[in-house]
Design a protein around this ligand. Structure first.
Ligand SMILES: *[C@@H]1O[C@H](CO)[C@@H](O)[C@H](O)[C@H]1NC(C)=O
Ligand SMILES: *[C@@H]1O[C@H](CO)[C@@H](O)[C@H](O)[C@H]1NC(C)=O
Ligand SMILES: *[C@@H]1O[C@H](CO)[C@@H](O)[C@H](O)[C@H]1NC(C)=O
Length: 430
């Protein structure tokens, strides 16, 4: 890792590091030990056309509460409200003591948009709410792999730190586009593209990026789930216990930056923010409304703290139980759905997932529908356990020495009938 000052110098002067050769390394998780370390979260500006500053502040306050440092503001060129909502986000962050940065969505921006991108960077890079990394304004993207940041840097008075998304890890070794790091979108088990493979999530893509990046910064993706059901995209990724699996990987990998995917992308079912009252519905209400994910923030918080502290184990200061499960077993045919079942569901298990966050060991008992109660001994710390899914109500109980510590009924019954396919999960807690 280059000292911070040298990185800053490179950003200011607009020179870029010479591509590093691939260094052979053992087949274990690549560890970076980068400092400082920050956690950001992907925020879809495209669904908050009518957000007020106070709506923004509500989200930012919740994110800040669990240790998230900044929102990556995913925005499209085509949305007329992008300038207004960026202004609202920066103003709200400034009032909340929170940070933001722009993540240009290159599904809508092109390599020819240098002037407009430069003007956004000129406007916001020195804003008090702009997220700075090593003294330079962070900027990121969704795809946009070959966009050239050098002219943007040259024409912006405040230094810029460009961490775009790249799909090909090797491209990072020979990029001459002024990048300071790379953000990976391989947040779920895949062989590339959008291929669906069995879980659990490994660090195979992270390892490739880290090797390719040399001294440049890696922004690793952390995502708890993926299921989408639009007519243009209809698939799941296999990431059932992923929230704890992935955070454990981060505690070993220690990349300089983490981006949680996502805060509010209801369409792909990976939000950890609230189902906000004032977002606009792109059709995802069919699977996201009534499916809270808030309790995933209970799990995220101690992991974020551990990641930032460089600790290998999260600290639990009070007993909690977080559960999640789908509304139907995967084999149930939904009768009114014109799209058909999402691709990949055959690789999912019919399970109920429980993460226990315990100060001392306990006994976890889950009664799933008509199945009999199943008890397992769980250690202190953060542990995820799965149970075979039964149709009906779901019951959770944590006991110690025979006394009930916490528990109750799950917020949703598992059903063996459905109108529309829904492979999102209901997330609750005690
Ligand atoms: C940021 O907040 C401070 C303190 O409230 C205020 O003085 C300043 O004008 C704000 N800056 C911007 C650019 O909104
Ligand atoms: C936003 O507000 C405008 C004006 O009230 C309204 O016409 C529009 O439909 C709203 N957009 C969404 C997505 O709710
Ligand atoms: C359920 O737990 C078992 C035992 O830890 C594990 O091997 C399996 O992969 C888990 N299933 C899922 C779908 O995560």
């Amino acid at each position: 890792m280059l000292p911070c000052l040298l990185l800053l110098y490179m950003a200011v002067a607009g020179v870029f590091a010479i591509a590093m050769p691939n260094i052979p390394t053992p087949a274990t998780i690549q560890s970076r030990e980068d400092t400082p370390r920050y956690v950001t979260a992907h925020f879809m500006v495209g669904i908050v056309e009518n957000y007020t500053i106070s709506d923004w502040k509500e989200d930012m306050q919740l994110a800040k509460e669990i240790g998230i440092d900044a929102f990556a503001l995913n925005c499209a060129k085509i949305d007329s409200y992008t300038p207004t909502q960026l202004a609202n986000a920066y103003a709200a962050a400034n009032e909340t003591g929170f940070k933001v940065f722009i993540s240009f969505d290159f599904a809508y921006w092109t390599n020819g948009d240098t002037a407009e991108i430069t003007s956004y960077m000129q406007k916001y890079s020195a804003h008090p709410a702009q997220f700075q990394y090593n003294g330079a304004a962070l900027v990121s993207t969704f795809v946009g792999d070959s966009f050239n940041w050098t002219p943007v840097k040259a024409a912006t008075s405040h230094p810029i730190f460009a961490v775009p998304n790249m799909q090909d890890p090797n491209a990072a070794t020979y990029a001459t586009t002024g990048i300071d790091g790379v953000f990976s979108w391989y947040a779920w088990p895949t062989d590339g593209g959008n291929s669906i493979i069995s879980g659990p999530m490994t660090t195979i893509w992270d390892d490739r990026f880290i090797k390719a990046l040399g001294d440049k910064v890696y922004m690793a993706p952390v995502s708890p789930w993926f299921s989408t059901h639009f007519n243009t995209k209809n698939w799941v990724f296999i990431c059932e216990e992923q929230i704890t699996v992935r955070w454990e990987q981060m505690l070993t990998m220690k990349p300089g930056l983490v981006e949680i995917i996502s805060w509010n992308d209801y369409g792909e079912s990976h939000y950890i923010g609230p189902y906000s009252a004032h977002h606009s519905d792109d059709g995802s209400a069919q699977w996201a409304k009534g499916f809270p994910h808030d309790a995933w923030r209970i799990i995220s918080k101690p992991y974020i703290a551990a990641y930032k502290a460089g600790a290998t184990t999260p600290v639990v200061d009070s007993d909690k139980l977080v559960y999640w499960y789908r509304p139907t077993p995967k084999g149930v045919a939904c009768t009114k759905d014109p799209l058909g079942a999402p691709n990949g569901i055959e690789m999912l298990s019919d399970s109920i997932f429980v993460t226990t966050l315990l100060t001392t060991p306990g006994t976890l008992t889950v009664t799933s529908g008509s199945k009999g109660p199943v008890s397992v001994d769980v250690p202190a710390g953060i542990v995820t356990t799965n149970f075979s899914m039964g149709v009906g109500g779901q019951k959770f109980e944590l006991t110690r020495g025979g006394a009930v510590v916490l528990g109750g009924a799950g917020g949703l019954e598992v059903n063996d009938q459905c109108d529309f396919y829904n492979f999102n999960v209901y997330v609750g807690s005690f």
